[in-house]
Ligand binder design. Structure first.
Ligand SMILES: [Zn+2]
Length: 345
């Protein structure tokens, strides 16, 4: 019996820095940045979209080896099966099962293929930790129940006004030249999804802290990148000294072989990590008020102020370097055309 594959699962809502964290962690020895593995079957296998290394996924030498061990001829069916099992309307039942102590996502005939994916990735990369940035909590619950997996959950949270603003940006799915756009939900929908996914992530896994669950806010990550990534590395069981930092807020990135995710996963070379705070200036008052009202219960829980630039509720969030917990990240090196903003993932 092989030892279990340790999966660092990035959970939460989109546009919270998960692509950045995945790419940075992928630079450590013993870590494989797999990207959003729930999309491997559709976007990777069926659509043959680019791997993080730039090649179409089916041409990537690494994925060619992994795919040999998978039932890739059934990829479209597996992708459809996943979509069916992870539907939003299944969420109440999922939480009920979790409360009762039974596996939240029921077993399925495709589960052995999904388990084989993680095992094959670990075998071919030699990684001790596989980073899966799929984010969707129901998929994380599904992976958690697969045989041979040891799940550690990294919960990334970002101010919902920032994520709602980021979702509205027009972005190609695989870069600006891609005619297929990333989804652009309206702000009310982005706000509700933020609340649902972050709340469900807490319900499913917060009880496993500190060894199985770590919550990190985007604002703390961008305020103190190196210290925050070291904390994540230690949580994942990776030597925190082996990272790509050339300064407290600068990393040197080499290509990864990540599946799907934000187009920023293709960036390489020296990359400064700074907060994207354009939303503070450009999010309309109406949108700000709407998102604030819809996410109110979560704002307090995760330490975000109600008013623009206002103080965080007492005792919420975690200050970085003694700074205000809810500062929303420092506005260093930020601008509309700044190349180094990490707004999403
Ligand atoms: Zn590749």
């Amino acid at each position: 019996m092989n030892p279990p594959v340790r999966v660092l699962y990035l959970a939460g809502s989109g546009r919270s820095g998960s692509t950045l964290v995945t790419t940075v962690l992928g630079q450590y020895d013993g870590v494989f940045a797999a990207g959003e593995l729930r999309y491997l079957w559709q976007r990777g296998e069926v659509e043959n979209r680019p791997c993080g290394c730039g090649r179409p996924l089916r041409d990537c030498p690494l994925w060619r080896e992994v795919r040999r061990e998978l039932p890739v001829e059934r990829a479209a069916g597996i992708a459809a099966g996943l979509r069916g099992r992870l539907r939003m309307r299944g969420l109440p039942a999922l939480l009920r099962r979790h409360r009762r102590g039974v596996r939240p996502v029921s077993a399925h005939p495709d589960d052995p293929a999904l388990a084989d994916l993680y095992a094959a990735v670990a075998r071919h990369t030699g990684a001790r930790v596989v980073v899966d940035s799929s984010k969707l909590p129901p998929y994380g619950a599904l992976v958690d129940a697969l045989p041979g997996i040891e799940l550690r959950v990294l919960h990334l949270v970002r101010d919902p006004r920032a994520t709602a603003f980021s979702w509205r940006r027009r972005r190609g799915l695989d870069g600006d030249a891609d005619p297929e756009l990333m989804s652009r939900p309206p702000v009310w929908k982005a706000a509700l999804l933020w609340l649902v996914w972050n709340t469900v992530t807490v319900r499913l896994w917060a009880g496993r802290a500190p060894t199985g669950y770590l919550r990190v806010r985007y604002e703390d990550l961008t305020a103190d990148p190196e210290a925050t990534v070291r904390r994540i590395a230690a949580f994942a069981g990776v030597d925190p000294d082996g990272g790509p930092f050339t300064g407290p807020a600068t990393v040197r990135l080499t290509p990864t072989h990540s599946v799907a995710g934000n187009p920023s996963r293709h960036r390489t070379g020296p990359v400064p990590i700074t907060a994207d705070v354009q939303w503070r200036r450009d999010l309309s008052r109406w949108s700000y008020a709407l998102v604030t009202a819809l996410t109110a219960p979560g704002l307090r829980r995760f330490g975000y102020p109600w008013r623009r630039g206002g103080p965080a509720p007492a005792g919420a969030g975690r200050p970085a370097r003694g700074g205000p917990a809810a500062a929303g990240g420092r506005s260093v090196g930020v601008g509309r055309s700044g190349p180094a903003r990490h707004e999403e993932g």
